[in-house]
Design a protein. Structure first.
Length: 263
């Protein structure tokens, strides 16, 4: 058992050491690199979501998810992106009306498109620095949750959905996320944004954790352990960025509200 856990940890570590520099490099590499990263993630997420539900319309489902996300990522006017998502959702609902997983199939269109599109909107509106801060804040939720949850244990957060998650993990993730946000503002000369960043980090922690639980509930409903096995030691793309895409539209919306309020 101990050897198995060690092997799993080594796989996760090696994969992380490879993927994190690639992601950071793309974010710092300009809009084209960010767009390619977003579209690549969207393509893999579209395949995973459709594959988890399987069925005869798997290919059409994946194409629908990807098409909606392409429109969102390419930042067409918001009404065009929103209209495309609505049309594809309605079309999918009609085509999948007899599918036993109708709700989940249709949900994939706005879930992936709005999530990935919101990260792209963060980049375009606020730049690479904010996107990197946002990613670190969400990653801190996972890391802090694991460290504090596995060390302190305590009451379960949602035992019926995800038995391993604890309240200690939630507050540990929040503490690490807030700390990273404070340090980022202090180190990079953003002291005047520190209060906003710390408050946002606390909110992001809760929303990202909800996103994690939503994915866990979906997998439990479908009888799956992981969304796929694309990432060695981690499971699938969805397993790694569930909180990231779930919290992105809320983060973008809150930043826009703060921008208007303090102008």
């Amino acid at each position: 058992m101990a050897k198995s856990k060690l092997n799993s940890f080594i796989k996760r570590l090696v994969t992380t050491l490879i993927l994190v520099p690639v992601v950071v490099g793309c974010v710092l590499g300009g809009r084209e690199a960010v767009s390619l990263l977003a579209l690549g993630a969207a393509a893999l997420l579209s395949w995973e979501w459709a594959h988890m539900l399987r069925g005869r319309t798997e290919g059409f489902a994946a194409l629908s998810y990807l098409l909606a996300t392409v429109v969102a990522v390419m930042m067409s006017p918001y009404y065009i992106a929103g209209g495309t998502i609505i049309v594809l959702s309605l079309l999918g609902g009609f085509c999948w009306r007899r599918d036993k997983h109708l709700f989940l199939r249709v949900l994939g269109v706005p879930y992936i498109a709005i999530g990935i599109g919101s990260i792209m909107a963060l980049y375009i509106s606020y730049g690479a620095g904010v996107v990197l801060w946002y990613m670190c804040a969400v990653w801190a939720v996972d890391i802090g949750g694991y460290l504090f949850g596995s060390t302190l244990h305590g009451p379960k957060l949602a035992p019926r959905i995800s038995p391993n998650k604890t309240w200690a993990g939630l507050f540990g993730g929040m503490l690490l996320s807030v700390t990273i946000s404070w340090c980022a503002c202090h180190w990079f000369g953003g002291d005047k944004y520190m209060a906003n960043a710390v408050i946002l980090a606390g909110i992001i922690t809760v929303i990202a954790q909800i996103g994690d639980l939503v994915e866990s509930a979906m997998k439990r409903h479908l009888g799956l352990k992981d969304s796929s096995n694309l990432i060695p030691g981690h499971g699938g793309i969805f397993d790694r960025i569930d909180g990231l895409i779930f919290a992105a539209p809320f983060t973008y919306g809150l930043l826009q509200i703060m921008k208007i309020a303090f102008e």
